[in-house]
Write a protein that binds this ligand. Structure first.
Ligand SMILES: Cc1cc2nc3c(=O)[nH]c(=O)nc-3n(C[C@H](O)[C@H](O)[C@H](O)COP(=O)(O)OP(=O)(O)OC[C@H]3O[C@@H](n4cnc5c(N)ncnc54)[C@H](O)[C@@H]3O)c2cc1C
Ligand code: SF4
Length: 570
């Protein structure tokens, strides 16, 4: 019998356990006993139910490393709880989580279950469906967050389409309310944000410490083999898996960041390198989103380092803004807009038969085909497209080499790791998609399966909102787009590229620049009145008709070339 099954089966709950303990369902993204219902009673009075669902894993071609880190943490969490005296009912099921729980509750005569409200809308929906069918489940507040729905509503009021949701307002409120980095009701150092100090390219000014490697133990090795045999057709590779899967390793990763990376985090937050892919980023998102690390604790730890004068304020503030600001803001926006579905009547939507625009030699993804067949499915993702973008996502996102060194480097990293840092997500992967007019929904779906930290509540606002402006400016005050100049300034990618970042037209010119100007031209009616877009539009207006024709030709060549590569289907 496999190692994990043997260990978990050796302490199956007895009838007395089922009867006498309080039973808690642990969703796949809330592995914690540091907050929530597991802290309410001692271990000998607690029972937990965990479901490993094949249906969920097969719903998208999730990166194999995402499945490994999720399943291995799930199994380790089960064993950790068992060792503490908690009774564990670990259930393998081909069905969805909700259906599996329903079946299990009936078969094992489980009392009503308690559960922290899951972060993923998709799981909430699944559980709601099962509850209507008879599952007895009581949802309690998810206390892993660093803010509450009331905090968000008190800042902006109820959701109203067209209202600008500037993140800074929420962040300032949370700083004041929590007292984090505050003194006498004023921000320490005199400023709430040090964003402007955090925009340096990395040029070997300081060495980048090598991050810890978490060698898989027997349980993880078993999961790797299982994922390879069951989900071998999924995106990404399993080789060199080194993410933490036990609570102690997750804590170790966090302390490594605090001690070695945080001091330079802010300074090089926006930098990109092909020789230092992680730079000073924490790689905590995957663990935060699984519940292994808690945002409030991380924020406090960083604030303590400031109090001890152990890290520069700009670095600490930069990190805290990501967690107390962006992360919380994004999840509230997702919740308040029902995953951007409430924008449907107010923002142009992607034309649903988008697949009509796909050339005959390309196949729509299974997800899109499914959406076309089930247009009213409550699980189908929102499809805002304020800039009327709808071209199919090309093969370069699946690893077909494009010759664009920035894209090829980042995609190769995503295939290898299921992770890349924020600026590469925003200013390379999403920048190219927005400039070319690739479908925002398809890009969202790609990020959702390709990244180890992706869940609907975080990937949808980041891609449909911040990265592509598909929501028409709800999340970001302007589109995050750039030509080659920005990428060249902030990275060493261009130095190793066949294209010349200084040339915008003609042979060897970098396609990003021509794409940038034609993007502005194409979207003039929507964007030129935006106050923050005045400078680029003034420059665009100074371009001669001849130059504009050359830019359009170069941009069209680039799009045609990207679209000409055939991509794999799942
Ligand atoms: C197109 C796009 C897609 C993204 N998709 C995801 C996703 O699926 N899951 C995800 O967790 N983050 C996503 N992000 C946000 C951010 O890029 C990642 O959280 C971050 O890169 C994770 O790496 P890290 O842990 O090293 O982060 P660090 O740079 O070390 O930052 C610290 C923490 O701040 C939080 N954070 C920072 N920015 C954001 C943000 N915009 N939204 C939410 N949390 C944030 C994360 O929890 C992160 O762990 C996306 C951003 C973009 C532009
Ligand atoms: S030259 Fe253009 S394509 Fe090449 S790395 Fe720079 S921005 Fe990317």
């Amino acid at each position: 019998m496999p190692d994990f099954q043997h260990q978990i089966n050796s302490a199956q709950p007895t009838a007395a356990d089922i009867k006498n303990r309080r039973w808690i369902y642990i969703p796949y993204d809330r592995y914690t006993d540091r907050t929530g219902p597991l802290t309410d009673q001692p271990a000998p009075d607690t029972g937990i139910v965990i479901v490993e669902s094949t249906a969920k894993a097969l719903r998208r071609p999730y990166h194999k490393k995402k499945l490994i880190v999720l399943i291995s943490n799930m199994r380790h969490f089960a064993l950790e709880q068992q060792a503490k005296g908690v009774s564990v009912l670990y259930h393998f099921s081909p069905h969805s989580h909700g259906q599996a729980l329903l079946e299990l509750q009936r078969k094992r005569h489980l009392p009503p279950l308690t559960c922290m409200t899951p972060a993923e809308r998709e799981l909430r929906l699944d559980l709601a469906t099962a509850s209507k069918q008879g599952l007895q489940l009581r949802l309690v507040e998810d206390t892993t967050w660093a803010s509450t729905t009331e905090d968000f509503l008190n800042t902006y009021g109820p959701f109203k389409p067209g209202k600008p949701y500037v993140m800074d307002r929420f962040y300032r409120r949370m700083r004041q309310q929590t007292g984090i980095l505050m003194q006498n009701a004023k921000p320490i150092g005199g400023q709430f944000s040090y964003d402007a100090a955090n925009r340096n390219p990395y040029k070997n000014q300081v060495p980048v410490p090598a991050p810890p490697v978490f060698t898989p133990d027997a349980i993880t090795e078993e999961v790797i083999a299982f994922v390879e045999s069951t989900y071998g057709h999924h995106f990404g590779i399993t080789e060199n898996f080194d993410l933490p899967c036990t609570q102690s390793d997750c804590d170790l990763l966090w302390h490594f960041f605090l001690d070695h990376l945080l001091p330079n985090f802010g300074r090089f937050e926006d930098a990109m390198r092909d020789d230092h892919l992680q730079l000073f980023h924490s790689k905590t998102s995957v663990l935060l989103n699984l519940g292994r690390l808690l945002a409030s604790k991380l924020i406090r730890d960083v604030a303590d380092r400031v109090a001890a004068e152990a890290v520069p304020l700009a670095s600490a503030e930069g990190f805290i803004r990501q967690l107390l600001g962006w992360r919380e803001f994004m999840r509230h926006l997702h919740e308040q807009t029902d995953g951007y579905r409430l924008l449907a009547d107010h923002v142009p939507q992607e034309k649903h038969p988008r697949t009509q625009e796909i050339s005959p030699d390309q196949t729509p993804t299974a997800a899109n085909a499914y959406k076309l067949e089930h247009p009213t499915d409550p699980y189908a993702g929102a499809t805002p497209s304020a800039l009327h973008a709808s071209l199919p996502l090309p093969a370069v996102y699946w690893g077909v080499k494009s010759g664009l060194h920035c894209m090829d480097t980042v995609v190769a990293q995503v295939i290898a790791e299921g992770w890349s840092h924020h600026i590469t997500r925003l200013m390379v992967l999403s920048n190219l998609a927005t400039l070319c007019g690739f479908s925002p929904r398809e890009l969202t779906d790609w990020f959702w399966f390709a990244y180890v930290d992706a869940y609907d509540w975080v990937v949808e606002p980041n891609v449909l909102g911040m990265a592509t402006y598909a929501d028409g400016g709800l999340t970001a005050t302007k589109p995050y787009v750039s030509g080659a100049a920005y990428i060249n300034r902030m990275s060493n990618f261009c130095a190793h590229c066949q294209y010349d970042p200084k040339k915008s037209t003609g042979e060897n010119s970098c396609p990003f620049t021509a794409l940038y100007w034609t993007f502005l031209e194409r979207n003039e009616a929507t964007l030129s009145k935006n106050f923050r877009m005045q400078m680029p539009y003034n420059t665009l207006r100074k371009k001669s008709p001849q130059e504009l024709v050359q830019l359009r030709t170069r941009a069209q060549q680039a799009v045609d070339r990207l679209q000409s590569f055939k991509r794999p289907t799942y």
